[in-house]
Every structure is written in structure tokens, then in C-alpha cells.
Design a protein around this ligand. Structure first.
Ligand code: TYD
Length: 219
């Protein structure tokens, strides 16, 4: 599976807690639609009905309820369902697929963030099994100061019925490692990543995303 024989585009949004990905995806999808594109949005974990069940297992409850391998396998199972049921079919129809998180989340959270689990090879091998050489065309990394992001995230969770705080409920050092890990990934693949400063107002961030997108696709 390669990106080159696909007609559509696959664009992922990444970032730590409270970076504002979901609101920005909604706005960016609107922008693309008004520019004449067909757009499909998905999220990981939980982009499909089955994926939602996996998501519930992953994001609710005690942070130590799974060991690292079990947790990673669940993320990749969800990713496989998302790829085969949502992402690839939509791309084959020439649509632009926007995903709230994708594989970089696993590398950032389960590899860089978690310092218990040092073997990156396992994730790379699982990715190969799940997706082959398929990669997002563009990845927006919404970068934000850790404390500011966590404050935003806790505020949002207070309004939710099922508080999805399993990943927020870890120490601040985790979130710092996560942020640096993401920036490291962006540095390794500058042709895929676009780093966006997500500390401004919602409108400012949307503008930056649209501008960077147009710049990148017209290159
Ligand atoms: P998300 O719905 O994006 O939550 P938020 O809006 O809080 O950013 O993602 C749910 C959680 O799952 C989030 O804390 C990040 C985590 N996650 C991983 O740890 N690894 C992964 O591979 C993915 C896709 C998500």
C-alpha cells in the first residue's frame, strides 16, 4: 500500500493534550469542503463503530489497567480497522481524509512519553503489518506548552459524561517527553510534518493551518 497510487489525500492532526486538534479539524474540513473537496474525517482511537469499543477500553479507567504491549496492540487493532474501513476506501474515491491522530500518536505516547517501553522496533513492525509503506501526505503537529494544554484539557473533561482522562492522569514529565518526542518526529520528517504553534486563538491557529496547507500543496 503506497500513497502514490491513491487519488485522495490523507492528512493527520497530532499533538499533546489540549492542543485543540478536534476543533481545528472541524474548521479545516469546512474550509476544504468550501474549496470543492470531498472530505471524510476520522479519529484514532475510535474512527469506526468497532473502533469506538476499542477506544472506550483505552481511554477510560485506571491508567495501569493494561501492560504496554496490550495497550499498543489495541491501538494498532483500531488503526487497522480505521485504515481498511475508512481511510483507504475514501482515498480510493479521491476524497481528502482528515484524521484526529494516527501512528505518530503511538510513537509519541507509547514510545517517547512512556519511558517504560523502550523498543521502538515493535511499533515499527506492527505499523508495517497494519499499513505497509502507507503514510500520511501531511501531518499537522499542533504544538503547545504542556501546562497550558493540560489546563485546556481538564476544563473540557469537566463537561464530559464519561471522563476520558486516562492519558491526562499521568505526570507532567510524561507530557514534556511527549511534546519533545513529537518535535523530534517532525524534525526527522520535515517533508511530511508541518508544526503549528497552537498557543494562539482558535481563529489564529485555523488561519495558520490553512496558510501552511496551501503553501505545502502548491510547492
Ligand atoms: P484523543 O481523542 O485525541 O484525545 P484528546 O482529545 O484528549 O487529545 O486521544 C485519546 C487518547 O489516546 C489521548 O490521550 C492520546 C491517546 N493515544 C495514545 O496514547 N496512543 C495512540 O496511538 C493514539 C492514537 C492515542
Amino acid at each position: 500500500m503506497t500513497t502514490s497510487n491513491k487519488k485522495g489525500l490523507f492528512i493527520t492532526f497530532e499533538g499533546g493534550e489540549g492542543a485543540g486538534k478536534s476543533e481545528q479539524i472541524t474548521r479545516f474540513a469546512e474550509y476544504l469542503k468550501t474549496s470543492g473537496h470531498e472530505v471524510v474525517t476520522t479519529r484514532e482511537p475510535g474512527g469506526t463503530e468497532t473502533g469506538k469499543e476499542i477506544r472506550r477500553l483505552l481511554v477510560e479507567g485506571d491508567k495501569d489497567k493494561f501492560d504496554e504491549i496490550t495497550e499498543i496492540l489495541l491501538f494498532y487493532a483500531d488503526r487497522r480497522i480505521d485504515l481498511t474501513k475508512v481511510i483507504r476506501p475514501a482515498m480510493e474515491e479521491g476524497k481528502i481524509v482528515l484524521s484526529d491522530r494516527f501512528n505518530d500518536s503511538t510513537i509519541a505516547y507509547q514510545y517517547y512519553g512512556s519511558n517504560k517501553f523502550a523498543d521502538r522496533k515493535i511499533m515499527d513492525n506492527l505499523y508495517q503489518i497494519v499499513a505497509g509503506d502507507f503514510k500520511p501526505n501531511i501531518t499537522f503537529l499542533l504544538d503547545i506548552n504542556v501546562k497550558v494544554g493540560l489546563e485546556r484539557s481538564f476544563k473540557k473533561a469537566q463537561t464530559m459524561i464519561n471522563k476520558e482522562l486516562r492519558f491526562e492522569n499521568v505526570d507532567i514529565a510524561f507530557h514534556e517527553r511527549l511534546r519533545q518526542g513529537y518535535l523530534e518526529l517532525a524534525k526527522q520528517e520535515p517533508e511530511r510534518f508541518i508544526v503549528i504553534d497552537a498557543s494562539g486563538s482558535i481563529d489564529e491557529v485555523t488561519e495558520k493551518i490553512i496558510e501552511a496547507y496551501n503553501h505545502r500543496i502548491n510547492k
